[in-house]
Design a protein around this ligand. Structure first.
Ligand SMILES: C[S@@+](CC[C@H](N)C(=O)[O-])C[C@H]1O[C@@H](n2cnc3c(N)ncnc32)[C@H](O)[C@@H]1O
Length: 251
């Protein structure tokens, strides 16, 4: 582990909110990347106000939920399938956020909430597992937020869609699961086809940061060599924010 790579003066300036959190705690509780950098970049293009009800969908170990509650004063429902809500409750209590962050185990296609209950929804590094399903966005996800509410997601993705298989340079590392990684235009089209949202942001983060977050983190933890091998030619995190169109909640 090379902690210095994750805590340079440039990174502290770029991510002033994430920098306040203990690096060991972030590394111990992330499930895939530096989720607080991803979330901080997402929040820069979302409107979160104190008291809002926010669903953190696929929250993993709920450090993103803790971040949202602390940084923006919102109430967070920390929903995840693989991670025990009891374990997340331990982290939430340790953070002193029992009155603001509510953990639950939930399957993304069977969410136990009233339609339109949430003011906003975020998904960090999770929608690649279920959000690519043609039925999912309009049948399950969008109706969870109220009309006018925002949905923000960050997913591992591509700069451009592959034609067929992954390129030769990545073949040695590529896994079948990674074909759920898509380019911003692919995601934008999916969201637009629902007819239920306006797309507000759809990018790979400014300044090539979508790739750099990937590379920096994998390099620091001695993780997946595919990211360095790619040299920013194909792989990036993708960031999207959509707003549910005004209108009555659907039944
Ligand atoms: C790569 S982890 C990311 C977790 C966390 N957001 C983070 O960035 O550290 C993906 C998460 O998505 C959740 N997930 C995957 N499929 C899901 C589903 N069908 N319903 C709810 N959550 C799901 C998993 O439980 C897992 O914690």
């Amino acid at each position: 582990m090379n902690r210095d790579l994750l805590s340079t003066p440039e990174l502290r300036a770029r991510y002033p909110r994430s920098t306040k959190y203990d690096l060991d705690w972030i590394i111990e509780n992330q499930l895939g990347s530096h989720c607080l950098w991803l979330l901080e970049s997402l929040c820069a293009v979302m409107e979160l106000r104190p008291g809002m009800r926010v669903l953190d969908l696929g929250c993993g170990k709920a450090i993103s939920s803790i971040f949202l509650a602390r940084e923006f004063g919102v109430q967070v429902w920390a929903a995840d399938l693989w991670i025990s809500p009891t374990d997340n409750w331990t982290r939430i209590r340790a953070a002193g956020l029992e009155a603001q962050v509510f953990p639950l185990r939930a399957e993304a296609r069977q969410m136990p909430f009233a339609q339109g209950f949430f003011d906003a929804l975020v998904g960090i590094n999770s929608l690649q597992f279920f959000g690519t399903d043609d039925y999912y966005l309009h049948r399950h996800l969008i109706q969870l937020v109220k009309p006018g509410g925002q949905i923000g997601m960050v997913v591992p993705g591509l700069l451009q869609e592959f034609e067929g298989l992954a390129p030769e340079t990545l073949q040695a590392y590529w896994q079948p699961d990674y074909y759920s990684w898509h380019a911003p235009d692919w995601w934008q089209t999916r969201w637009r086809r629902t007819g239920m949202v306006e797309v507000e942001t759809c990018d790979t983060f400014p300044d090539g940061e979508g790739y750099q977050i990937f590379r920096r983190f994998e390099q620091a933890i001695g993780g997946d060599p595919m990211i360095a091998e790619d040299e920013g030619r194909h792989i990036s995190f993708v960031r999207m924010v959509v707003r549910r169109s005004p209108g009555p909640a659907q039944s």
